[in-house]
Design a protein around this ligand. Sequence first.
Ligand code: 5RP
Length: 292
Amino acid sequence: MVDRDKSGETTKDFSVDVPMETPGFFLKGSAHLNWGMKNRLSRIFNPKTGKAVMLAFDHGYIMGPTSGLERIDLSIPPLLPYTDCLMCARGTLRSCIQPEIDKPLVMRCSTGATILKDLSDEVIGVTVQDAIAMNASAVTTQAYIGGEHEKETLANLARLINEGNLYGMPTLGVTAVGRELVRDSRYLGLASRVVAELGVHFVKTYYCEPGFDEVVAGCPVPIVIAGGKKMPELDALTMAYKAIDQGALGVDMGRNIFLAEDPVAMIQAVRTVVHDGEKPDKAYDLYQTLKK
Ligand code: 5RP
């Protein structure tokens, strides 16, 4: 765990100034994966920048027609040219996304819970074979570390990893945070490391401060951040900038893109932060310029 003394200083040594070496393959901790895994990961993460802008619109699998995603057939297609990767559920993909698109997909494979009940009480509902049939580039489910169903959600993740390994299919491990838990570096560092040790190929977690750089340093595979609840556009760009600056290799953003005043402008602003390292104020200027 990321331990801190009373003054908030860390008592562990993460050597955050020493990036992990990536011999033989551009992605952290991925050099010893097989060709299929590397090829799929190279579709998600741009090999030139080493980064990824993923668009998450899987919220309906637990929330139904949530704000911004009432009509996925209308809200998501305009964003597709600017995203590196889609993250959604099987039914959404089949019904609302044209199969002609040439974008990789991270397939949400869990089910069993909704916002009406305990969110952590999930099972795997989509097989890796079906994800392959839909040409996914990775599969995903979430682990509720410290939650009531910690064991079951880790078992779900283990199942995807084990089956995915047979087919060269990477697994994204999402660290979901139960209501009673605090999203600080101590917790997120533990959760990210646990799922990485289990064998996920990349991790989706939340940005936190202080200590996000330690979360990244303590996790031996790439981290992308979730956007979380909608916030003002400049704040979301600032969070993305800080996360990338501290070692995240991308964002997997949903509400802060599709609920923005102008989602198409927002995703382009996020791209400049992630791929070009643009500062938040400059990216916000771009957002304002592009905004209709
Ligand atoms: C939840 C997820 C969601 O895809 C993700 O959190 C949604 O993105 P955002 O928080 O940016 O709206 O993985 O477990």
